[in-house]
Design a protein around this ligand. Structure first.
Ligand SMILES: [Zn+2]
Length: 358
């Protein structure tokens, strides 16, 4: 796998190391006092916690308080693995995952942590070269609810935090969610910025929705599609900033990166299924004559992209994903080649990124 264990519930070793206190075994349901010391220059306006297994943020732990720079905050938590989400006055969110609470613990918030997390405290999206991985969810007219929903979900902040924890990049990368007037996502090399258009998420919603799905499943498929296309754009960005060689179509190569990154983790594979549903939905629109087949396009056709993703997923673990092969899935002829295809792609991306790992 090219990027290590990218997913929503990740252990960020460096951050876990910031927890002071020696774990003394698992005491499930035991309540411990946790101290958050804010040694950063940023004020924290909201603090949410979620069990790492559940992604259920619950209420703001600070209530009406503000955890100002230089101050500390004490609260009680059950023993276990927790994700923390810090929000500053600009509504920048920073998610720190997989913190283990097994006895009274102290956690220190530093500038480094917040700045590498999502660039909390930056006034706006800066120019190239100012480092960090800020993610901005613009409150574009007509998309306020979507902006808030995506921001609160926290998944894109998690992904960028994981990328900056995993790779050394010469400059920061910025991600902006905004309204573009068209369903798209793109990377701009002149500003080192990934733009994710809210209209793209509307298109995913159309593509993935079927009458059998409940709203939670539809939502997960939309988020999954967004994650896949975000990683696709990230692939373009890495290709550019790391000056990686590409033979063949870059569009296919970065689809591979997105798929490779998401295999091996249950939740992330769920997102990959969401992306496959989007490709399938778009391919259906072509069949129904709503979209012209764009043979001139630099991307492979949606149906091909779907089968290629399915092949990566199946090839990563043929036993576990045996259900993908058959009449409504991967034909045997392709499936037989998928384990080798997966090996080839993941080792190629692994070798390209290896010199840039932290
Ligand atoms: Zn692309």
């Amino acid at each position: 796998m090219a990027l290590t264990a990218m997913g929503r519930h990740l252990t960020t070793a460096a951050l876990v190391g910031a927890l002071v206190g020696v774990p003394n075994g698992a005491f499930a349901q035991t309540i411990h006092e946790v101290v958050i010391s804010n040694e950063s220059d940023y004020d924290v306006y909201e603090l949410f916690v979620s069990p790492s297994e559940e992604m259920d943020w619950g209420p703001n732990q600070l209530g009406n308080d503000i955890l100002t720079a230089g101050d500390g905050y004490v609260f009680d938590m059950e023993a276990g693995q927790w994700d923390f989400r810090f929000i500053d006055d600009e509504q920048n969110a920073c998610v720190v995952s997989g913190l283990s609470v097994s006895e009274a613990s102290e956690f220190t918030l530093t500038n480094d942590l917040l700045e590498t997390c999502v660039g909390a405290g930056t006034d706006s999206v800066g120019g190239p070269g100012d480092g960090g991985f800020p993610v901005v969810f613009e409150r574009a007219a007509g998309f306020e609810v979507m902006a808030e929903g995506l921001e609160n979900d926290g998944v894109f902040q998690m992904l960028t935090a994981e990328v900056s924890d995993t790779l050394v990049l010469p400059d920061g990368l910025q991600t902006v969610f905004t309204a573009c007037g068209m369903p798209n996502a793109f990377y701009d090399p002149s500003t080192l910025r990934i733009t994710m258009c809210y209209e793209f998420f509307d298109l995913f919603a159309e593509a993935v929705s079927t009458p059998e799905m409940d709203s939670a499943q539809i939502r997960e498929a939309i988020i999954g599609s967004g994650v896949f296309f975000y990683l696709h754009e990230l692939g373009h960005a890495l290709r550019h900033v790391l000056d990686l060689p590409v033979t063949g179509r870059e569009e296919d190569a970065v689809d591979d990166l997105a798929a490779i990154t998401l295999v091996g983790d249950d939740e992330a594979e769920g997102w990959l299924l969401g992306a496959m549903m989007s490709f399938a939905g778009l391919a259906r629109s072509v069949e129904e004559g709503n979209i012209q087949l764009p043979f001139w396009d630099e991307h492979s056709l949606d149906a091909q992209r779907m089968y290629t993703v399915a092949c990566v997923l199946y090839g990563s673990d043929p036993e576990r994903h045996a259900g993908f092969v058959g009449e409504n899935g991967l034909p045997e002829q392709r499936a037989a080649r998928c384990p080798a295809e997966f090996e080839q792609k993941s080792s190629a991306w692994g070798r390209l990124l290896e010199p840039h790992l932290r």
